[in-house]
Design a binder for this molecule. Structure first.
Ligand SMILES: [Fe+2]
Ligand SMILES: [Fe+2]
Length: 153
């Protein structure tokens, strides 16, 4: 068990680093959207580029989590976390679809009145859901690993 226990800080810091990266990508989109001035074609492509970048990264991140790793191991350690992990992983398709919708709306009618305000508003809503999602993953990992450490000490 010692070798598993030793990996705890490594796994936790990996999860937190991944989530920090995503948080920075969310911030990049937010600041691109918040940039003052009219929605010029340049600005539109900057915003869309940051959204696509986030979207790609998110799809990879979700795929990695679904393939196993820290969430699966948390359940192996503390089986009662299984329902929470199932529900967390079940949020992935909806989160990607939310972001896709924001992107599609902006690509379809960037010049429509209110398109930018709507994109900003919808992205904020997505961002809040995304942040809550990552928080629950951090909490699961924390519970999974802390409990195991407590039992083996
Ligand atoms: Fe996730
Ligand atoms: Fe995650």
């Amino acid at each position: 068990m010692a070798s598993i226990d030793r990996s705890d800080p490594v796994i936790l810091s990996h999860v937190l680093a991944e989530h920090r990266d995503l948080f920075h990508l969310l911030l990049a989109v937010r600041s691109a959207l918040a940039h003052a001035g009219p929605p010029t074609p340049d600005r539109r492509s900057t915003v869309l580029e940051s959204m696509h970048h986030l979207r790609d990264h998110l799809a990879d991140h979700f795929a990695q989590e679904e393939q196993g790793g820290f969430l699966e191991e948390a359940v192996t350690r503390v089986p009662r976390l299984s329902a929470a992990v199932r529900s967390i992983l079940g949020q992935h398709p909806g989160l990607l679809a939310d972001l896709d919708r924001v992107i599609e709306n902006l690509e379809a009618s960037p010049a429509a009145p209110g398109a930018w305000a709507r994109a900003g508003h919808n992205f904020e809503a997505f961002s809040a859901r995304m942040t809550a999602h990552e928080r629950s993953e951090n909490a699961v990992v924390q519970s999974g690993y802390n409990e195991d450490l407590g039992l083996t000490e």
